[in-house]
Design a protein around this ligand. Structure first.
Ligand SMILES: [Zn+2]
Length: 136
């Protein structure tokens, strides 16, 4: 598993280097702590900041995906229940691929715009747009 990940990483790196694109985006790693019946993601707001997303938007995603309630306190997300760091990490990757990365060019330089009643992910790097799931 770890080896495959390394391979993927280095392949991604060399591809970025070849195309002369912007610097590599470092996928943030969640700092997860178990506190009794609660799970805390210490750097939640920091991660949202890295993605250029509203922490509340990311929180809504996690609440839906983990089927639990949560809140943000002092930049940390607090979820009810014992959630493994592996699951948090997987959901973070899911969030990034659904709400951060452009599917056309693979860059994370995107923003969420509302057009009428639909939410769109707009890419600043290549101009691509796609509709995204509304988390309301
Ligand atoms: Zn793009």
């Amino acid at each position: 598993m770890a080896d495959d990940y390394e391979k993927l990483l280095s392949r991604g790196l060399s591809r970025i280097k070849d195309s002369g694109g912007p610097g590599r985006f470092e996928m943030p790693v969640a700092e997860v702590e178990a506190h009794g019946q609660r799970t805390i993601v210490r750097n939640f707001a920091q991660i949202a900041d890295r993605f250029r997303r509203d922490p509340q938007h990311m929180l809504k995603f996690f609440q839906k995906e983990l089927a639990t309630s949560g809140s943000i306190e002092n930049g940390q997300a607090v979820f009810l229940g014992n959630i493994t760091p592996a699951l948090i990490g997987r959901k973070l990757t899911d969030y990034a691929s659904e709400f951060v990365f452009c599917k056309a060019c693979g860059q994370p330089d995107t923003g969420i715009a509302t057009e009428g009643k639909v939410e769109m992910l707009a890419c600043w790097a290549c101009g691509a747009k796609r509709q995204i799931r509304s988390l309301k």
